[in-house]
Design a binder for this molecule. Structure first.
Ligand code: ADP
Length: 287
């Protein structure tokens, strides 16, 4: 099987996480927290997941300049994602998510999308005829539409976070990926185009539809759950990669379920993204 080439158009963020006893109410200051920062953003997470699962990955995105850019791109660079399409904008900030977490794991998140919001269709230069293109909705929809028009390979969109999109996008995508909340937002519009729709159901697994009919279903693998951040992003990358490799639908869904199950067994988004060898070993153990 040759290595598939994927282009991912999406967000790059730095997640700044303060863990405290309790979350503040409006106007309150909570002290005594501990701090950590992690690279994040759905686009970057999916690019890293696809790379670790064995694809050649090019990313198209925008960040600011300076240390936040370097920190946000560190793992992508380390693992060999092609970042030549990630523009550094001198007048913009790298996207940041300010995350407060209490001791029960409840969180409050404020996202300052910064440079992500300035990504423009002119940035979307899809080179080298990739086998698949994968987008999410944390960058302007015009960029997703530009990627659709590039017309190279399998065109997949993770409709997250849910928001209004042109009907043409829902109709023309080869694969739409949604969780239950997103599926409720888009309703029957998801199945208008006759392409594939993957619905993820958390610990209940995932279902794949084609032209509105169920064609495959995968139960979630039973694993110790540490942190479900990154599970959805891993699922998207793994499913697109497996379909780009030409795997049959049920097998591709199973691969995506196994990869995302491994992502819930570790803390954090990017640090928890599994490698292909891990997924293959995990699948062998299940047989
Ligand atoms: P999102 O984070 O986008 O809402 P989901 O929570 O639906 O996505 O999770 C995506 C996929 O991750 C699921 O379809 C499943 O394969 C896997 N997954 C999520 N939670 C678990 C879990 N507790 N145990 C095993 N697999 C899980």
């Amino acid at each position: 099987m040759s290595t598939p080439a994927l282009t991912i158009i999406g967000s790059v963020n730095l997640d700044l996480v303060a863990s405290a006893e309790k979350l503040p109410v409006a106007g309150e200051t909570v002290t005594g927290a501990t701090f950590a920062q992690y690279p994040g953003g759905k686009g970057a997470n999916q690019a890293l997941a696809a790379r670790r699962l064995g694809a050649e990955v090019s990313m198209i995105a925008r960040t600011g300049e300076g240390p936040n850019r370097d920190a946000a791109l560190a793992l992508l660079r380390q693992d060999g994602v092609d970042l030549s399409g990630v523009v550094a904008c001198p007048d913009e900030q790298t996207g940041v998510a300010l995350i407060a977490v209490d001791k029960a794991g409840e969180n409050q998140i404020v996202v300052a999308s910064g440079a992500n919001a300035t990504l423009s269709p002119e940035d979307v230069n899809i080179e080298g005829h990739p086998d698949a293109i994968l987008c999410q909705l944390e960058v302007p929809t015009a960029c997703v539409m530009a990627a659709l028009r590039a017309g190279s390979g399998l065109f997949a969109v993770n409709l997250a976070p849910a928001g209004p999109v042109p009907i043409e996008l829902l109709e023309a995508a080869d694969l739409l990926i949604v969780n239950e909340g997103e599926a409720a937002f888009y309703g029957e519009g998801l199945h208008r185009g006759g392409g594939m729709v993957a619905l993820t159901l958390g610990a209940e697994g995932a279902v794949l539809y084609r032209a509105g009919k169920e064609v495959a279903r995968a139960a979630a693998f039973a694993v110790p759950v540490i942190d479900t951040t990154g599970a959805g992003d891993t699922f998207c990358a793994a499913l697109v990669l497996a379909l780009a490799e030409g795997r049959e639908e049920g097998e591709a869904l199973c691969f995506a379920s196994a990869a995302s199950a491994l992502a819930v067994t570790k803390a954090g988004a990017q640090p928890s993204l599994p490698w292909r060898e891990d997924v293959e070993a995990f699948l062998r153990e299940q047989d």
